[in-house]
Design a protein around this ligand. Structure first.
Ligand code: ZN
Length: 315
C-alpha cells in the first residue's frame, strides 16, 4: 500500500472582499467575509474536511480576501503574532469585545455588524459620533445617542487623556477597581443625584424616541454613572501618583476622605457603618492601586513610600 504525499489545500480567492476594520476581531472578519460571499465562516476557514490546510490565518486571509498583508495585520490584532515585524502583538486583546460604533461602521462601507476588541472597561464612547457603545449587545439601535449628555463624552475624552499619561494597563486596572467601589457607593446612595440627572436626560432624549417601557435600563444607568466613575478614577490616580508625604495612616485616611467629599459632595451625611466603611475602603483601594503601580514598574518615587505602604498594609 502506498502512502499519498502530504498535499496542502490551496485556498482560492473569494469573489467578493471586505476591508478590515480597525481593531476588528478575527471571528468578525471571517464572518463578514463569509456573508458577502454567501457562505459560512467555518466553510471558508477550513477549505477541506479531509486535507489539512498548511496556511495560518494570516496567509489564508491574504489569499481569500485579496487584502494587503499589512492592512490585515494592522487592523486585526490576532494576526499580529504571525507578523510581529509589521505590528507588535498586543498584550491585552482577546478578553473584551463589542459592536463597533454604528456610524463608524457605516462610514467604512460595511452593512454588516462589526465586532471590535476593547482595550478596557473604560472604553465606552465613540467621541466622534457621540454614541455610548457598551452593553448594546444585539444591534446598533441599542447604542445611546449622547447629544443631551455631553458630560459622558467629556468623561471619555478625560479618561483617554489619563491613559496616555499613565498607560493602558494601569488605567484599565484602576478603572475596574474603582468601578467595583463606585457600584457600592451608588448602592448606598451616597452621591447619586448627579447620575440621576444625567440618566433622566438620557432616557427622555433616547435617540429613536422609542418607548422605554420594555427597554433594559442598565446600559442607560451605566452611561449615566460614567462621568462620576471617570472622575473617581482620575481622583484615585492622582492620589497614587501624588508626592508621598510622611503622614500617619490615620491622617492619610482622614485627608483622603475629606478630599473625596470635596470632589463628590454627599447627598446625605453618612452615619453608623457607612462613614467608617467609606474611609477604610478608600484607603484600602489606594493601597492596592499603589501596589499595582509598583508592579507595573512605575518609578518608586511616583507612588507612596515603602514605609507608609507598610503602615497601610498593617492597618
Ligand atoms: Zn463612531
Amino acid at each position: 500500500m502506498t502512502t499519498l504525499p502530504f498535499t496542502p489545500v490551496l485556498a482560492r480567492p473569494l469573489p467578493h472582499t471586505v476591508t478590515p476594520f480597525p481593531n476588528e476581531t478575527l471571528t468578525s472578519y471571517f464572518y463578514r467575509l463569509a456573508r458577502v460571499n454567501r457562505s459560512e465562516p467555518r466553510i471558508i476557514r477550513v477549505p477541506s474536511r479531509w486535507l489539512p490546510c498548511s496556511l495560518n490565518d494570516l496567509e489564508l486571509l491574504e489569499v481569500l480576501s485579496g487584502q494587503p498583508r499589512v492592512s490585515l495585520v494592522w487592523a486585526i490584532p490576532e494576526l499580529r503574532r504571525y507578523a510581529p515585524h509589521i505590528a507588535r502583538p498586543p498584550k491585552n486583546y482577546g478578553v473584551l469585545s463589542r459592536l463597533a460604533c454604528s456610524h463608524c461602521t457605516a462610514r467604512s462601507g460595511s452593512t454588516i455588524h462589526i465586532r471590535v476588541h476593547v482595550r478596557g472597561l473604560y472604553q465606552n464612547v465613540c467621541v466622534r459620533h457621540r454614541l455610548w457603545l457598551t452593553a448594546g449587545a444585539g444591534n446598533h439601535h441599542q447604542q445611546i445617542n449622547l447629544r443631551h449628555a455631553p458630560e459622558v463624552v467629556r468623561a471619555q475624552i478625560a479618561i483617554n487623556r489619563l491613559v496616555r499619561r499613565h498607560g493602558e494597563q494601569f488605567i484599565a486596572d484602576c478603572y475596574r477597581e474603582c468601578g467595583r467601589f463606585w457600584g457600592e457607593v451608588d448602592r448606598r446612595g451616597i452621591v447619586r443625584s448627579e447620575a440621576v440627572k444625567t440618566l433622566s436626560r438620557l432616557v427622555n432624549a433616547d435617540h429613536l424616541g422609542m418607548p422605554l417601557r420594555h427597554e433594559p435600563i442598565s446600559r442607560f444607568r451605566q452611561a449615566a454613572r460614567f462621568p462620576q466613575l471617570t472622575r473617581f478614577t482620575i481622583f484615585m490616580a492622582s492620589l497614587v501618583f501624588r508626592d508621598p508625604g510622611t503622614c500617619s495612616v490615620e491622617v492619610t485616611e482622614k485627608v483622603i476622605a475629606t478630599e473625596f467629599e470635596r470632589v463628590f459632595p454627599f447627598d446625605y451625611r453618612p452615619r453608623s457603618v457607612t462613614g467608617p466603611w467609606l474611609r477604610s475602603t478608600l484607603l484600602d483601594l489606594l493601597s492596592r492601586m499603589e501596589a499595582r503601580a509598583r508592579n507595573l514598574g512605575f518609578a518608586e518615587g511616583a507612588v507612596v513610600s515603602d514605609a507608609k505602604t507598610t503602615n497601610i498594609r498593617r492597618h
